[in-house]
Ligand binder design. Structure first.
Ligand SMILES: [Zn+2]
Length: 86
């Protein structure tokens, strides 16, 4: 009647590729704890994404943490010359 092989199989493989190995997922709590460090690394143009894996993905999917990140970054970059206030 119908052929066993077809477009459906290819679709399965595509899906498996999408759901394959993923970056470690951060919870909001973990995100929050690492956010300070992450923002500092970003502002200092260090390899923030390599040191805090999963953070970028979490910020992309979590508006609350993304907003926290932005306000933290604004705080750091608003400093003139980046000299810490004493
Ligand atoms: Zn979050």
């Amino acid at each position: 009647m119908s052929e066993p092989t077809g477009p459906q199989r290819a679709g399965d493989e595509l899906l498996a590729g999408l759901l394959g190995p993923t970056a470690p997922e951060l919870s909001c709590e973990e995100c929050f704890e690492a956010l300070d460090r992450y923002v500092e690394l970003r502002v200092a143009a260090q390899s923030a994404d390599a040191r805090v894996p999963g953070m970028r993905a979490h910020l992309a999917g979590c508006p609350a943490c993304a907003e926290e990140y932005r306000s933290l970054r604004d705080l750091l970059t608003a400093d003139d010359g980046g000299s810490p206030a004493r």
